[in-house]
Design a binder for this molecule. Sequence first.
Ligand SMILES: C[S@@+](CC[C@H](N)C(=O)[O-])C[C@H]1O[C@@H](n2cnc3c(N)ncnc32)[C@H](O)[C@@H]1O
Length: 301
Amino acid sequence: MSSILAVTNAVKLQWPEHATFIDKRFDQNHEHLFSDTSEQVAAMILRLTGSDLPQYCDDYKWMCGNIFQEEVFFRKNKHYRLSSQKEAYEKIYNNPDYMSRYINGLLLSQLLWSNQTAVIDYFNKKFLHRIKPSSRYLEIGPGHGLFLSLADQSGKLSSVEAWDISQSSLASTRHALDTLGASDEIALKAADVTVPNPTENKYDSVVISEVLEHLDNPSAALKSLMTVMESEGLIFINIPVNSPAPDHIHLWRTPEVFIEFVQSCGLAVLDSACFPATGHTLDQARKRDLTINVCVIAKKR
Ligand SMILES: C[S@@+](CC[C@H](N)C(=O)[O-])C[C@H]1O[C@@H](n2cnc3c(N)ncnc32)[C@H](O)[C@@H]1O
């Protein structure tokens, strides 16, 4: 049985009402564009979840329920519920039970939501392909650890470091690295990207995926990260527009507004791509204010 089938069968068993969504996800015309990545992500998920796969499916269902409540709030109020990082920290990042279930759910969404898989595909084929050999790599908010593990496995890094604000997230990242056979030398640090970092280190490649929308002041965080980037270094940024979630603070409403924001921080955008929510075209997602993931590869101007 393919890894995709093994994961999706387990989810359907735990949550039969989700079968229609899953079938739609894997029946899209564009799936052939990244089916190799879907299979790779599914295989990683099977290794990471092991015999606990049913629990992860339950956590995924729980996470979707929480996101649905935020979706209802967003449709009614046209803004996200939380307005400060402090609230998100108290409610979520500093709540180990909530956080570990949330990260488990997010792990499964990397396969089950086409926009998430498409982002990983882009990261793999465009960003990791583009960074220079022997890169010194820094990732912010690695969470489930899939991006960090793929970067580590690329064979292009001479050093790897990651910072995350949540201890539960760091435990999930460590589990991913250990299970997927990463080197012991990867430095995981409990750190808040919004607090200017005392590090003397410089990095050739920096990754910040699905983190900026969690911050009060994403511009300050991006500018602070730019101070630790080498002048020719590359940054990979991924954010979802119109994407209500329990810990999302900063709302960008269109991909264009986000790209302008990145440029206004002093970055030159070298490449970008948009990936709409599962089951929708980009046009539909734009018209209905649905989630669109926006990926950017940039360097300092
Ligand atoms: C939505 S998850 C993203 C996981 C993964 N990077 C991805 O793209 O799927 C957000 C991660 O960022 C971390 N995070 C949130 N705010 C942060 C901050 N201020 N500094 C560092 N990490 C943060 C969270 O703990 C969590 O692990």
